[in-house]
Each structure stands twice: as structure tokens, then as C-alpha cells.
Design a protein around this ligand. Structure first.
Ligand SMILES: C[S@@+](CC[C@H](N)C(=O)[O-])C[C@H]1O[C@@H](n2cnc3c(N)ncnc32)[C@H](O)[C@@H]1O
Length: 252
């Protein structure tokens, strides 16, 4: 495996630099602390160009772990699985239901206003991310990165989740941690439904969009799914000026 150390090397290869503080600290620390105590592989739902996926796979190698990382994506951007629960107006409902704070709602409003002011298009769930609908990637691109880095611990599963998150496709028997980074209501639900029964007790699902200014469906799906489940929703200690970071721990 190619050993990459300097920040510029992580940047050129588009790998999440887990040696530096970053948005996925809670997940990477969890894997570092538990890889030799817990059974199960890692899953990422939402790979895009492979940034976090490659970071997870490299860190596992550094730790001497033989766990694998399963990466699920269409590798062609959001499939047509949009739900009305992804509409930006749904942040109003989240506030009314007490699921977000007024500060969160104010930040959502400001984000949409600023993006509308700077764009020629009205902001919707399909274009509100700076990467648009994430179509600027391909399976080939991610495979080239894997090859360049000499990684043999990644399994890519190509296609929309509702077709690939099945027994018939490659999948882990047991899961220790999931990086949920797929933005949309239905994509969150598909990932929860598929991964939860395979999660080991104490396993983590990192929820990249639970605090989002763009994707209300992620929080809606999370609350719908965890109702009645033995799961604890936790917040990573807040860093000044940063977003809230949330994750789920499976209990029992
Ligand atoms: C925010 S990006 C992932 C970013 C990535 N984790 C990184 O480190 O840069 C979201 C990805 O989720 C994928 N995605 C969302 N819903 C999907 C679905 N239902 N089926 C397949 N891919 C999906 C999109 O194609 C997109 O590549």
C-alpha cells in the first residue's frame, strides 16, 4: 500500500486526511478504539469520489486490521429517489415538531437566501450542494484511486441502494460502523433498513446530514427509523464555529 503522510498527498489523491481534525473525527476515533474489540466490517453509503471511503480503508491498513470497507453508490449522482420529505420547506415542519432549534432554522434560511442570491437557479434538493447532484464522478475514477493507493480492502457496490442493498449483492455479514453520507430521505431509510440487522451491539452509524442546512429528509428518516429501536442518538462535543456532528449507537 502507498503510504501517504503529508497533507498535500491526501489532497492530490482526494483522500480524507484522518491525521488532521475533521468532520468525521467521531467515526475515525470509534474505529481506531474498537477495531480489535468489535466484530464486523465498515460500510459507507454515499461514496461520491471516494474521499472518506479511502480514508477509512487506509486507516484500517495502518491499524493492521483485516476489516473491509463496503462502499455503496450509483457512482453517477443521486438516483431519482427524491421524496417530498427532502423539500427544503420540510425544515418548517422539523421546527414545528421540535426536532430542530430556531437557530438551526435561521441558519437554513440564511443558507438558502445566500445560495439563491449567488446562483441563477432556484435552490432545491437537487442543486443545493456545492457538488450539485454528485454526478461528477464514476466507478472508474474511484477504482483508479484504489489501484493507485494499492488498497485491497474495499468492495464497491455500484447502483441505486434499493437495488444493491440486498442479499444478492456483495454485503458484509456483520457491521461495526456505517458512514451514512447519502443526503436523501429514502437513501437514509434504505441504508438503515439494510445495515441495522447486521450491526453488532455497540456499533456506530455516523449521520453526516443529521445536522444539515440542506437535507431535511435525513433527520426525518432518522427519527422515523429509530422509533422503538434500542438506539442512542449522540452528539459529538461541539467545536466553536463548526456544525453539530451526530451519530447513533446500537444498544442491545
Ligand atoms: C455527499 S456525497 C458522498 C460524499 C463522500 N462520502 C465523500 O467522502 O466525499 C453523497 C453520495 O450519495 C450517493 N447516493 C445518494 N443516494 C443514493 C442512492 N439511493 N443510491 C445510490 N447512491 C446514492 C450520491 O450518488 C453521492 O455520490
Amino acid at each position: 500500500m502507498l503510504k501517504i503522510i503529508d497533507d498535500w498527498e491526501f489532497n492530490v489523491l482526494g483522500v480524507y486526511n484522518y491525521h488532521q481534525p475533521g468532520p468525521f473525527d467521531a467515526l475515525f476515533k470509534f474505529v481506531r478504539d474498537n477495531h480489535d474489540k468489535m466484530e464486523g466490517d465498515l460500510v459507507e453509503s454515499g461514496v461520491y469520489r471516494g474521499k472518506s471511503l479511502l480514508g477509512m480503508a487506509m486507516m484500517l491498513k495502518e491499524l493492521g486490521s483485516d476489516k473491509k470497507v463496503y462502499g455503496y453508490d450509483s457512482f453517477a449522482g443521486f438516483p431519482p429517489v427524491y421524496n417530498s420529505k427532502d423539500d427544503l420547506e420540510r425544515f418548517d415542519d422539523l421546527l414545528a415538531e421540535g426536532l430542530i432549534t430556531q437557530d438551526h432554522k435561521d441558519a437554513v434560511k440564511k443558507n438558502i437566501e445566500w445560495r439563491n442570491a449567488l446562483s441563477s437557479q432556484e435552490q432545491t434538493v437537487k442543486n443545493i450542494s456545492s457538488s450539485g447532484d454528485f454526478s461528477g464522478t464514476s466507478l472508474d475514477l474511484v477504482n483508479k484511486k484504489i489501484e493507485t493507493l494499492g488498497l485491497d480492502n474495499i468492495i464497491l457496490v455500484d447502483g441505486p441502494f434499493h437495488e444493491t442493498m440486498t442479499e444478492e449483492e456483495a454485503h458484509p455479514e456483520k457491521i461495526m460502523a456505517v458512514l451514512m453520507d447519502c443526503d436523501l430521505y429514502q437513501s437514509y431509510l434504505d441504508t438503515f433498513t439494510f445495515t441495522w440487522p447486521r450491526m453488532v451491539n455497540g456499533g456506530m452509524i455516523y449521520l453526516d446530514e443529521y445536522y444539515s442546512l440542506k437535507f431535511p429528509g435525513a433527520r426525518i428518516a432518522t427519527h422515523e427509523f429509530i422509533k422503538g429501536k434500542q438506539a442512542k442518538l449522540k452528539q459529538h462535543p461541539l467545536k466553536k464555529g463548526d456544525f453539530e456532528r451526530w451519530f447513533l449507537i446500537k444498544e442491545g
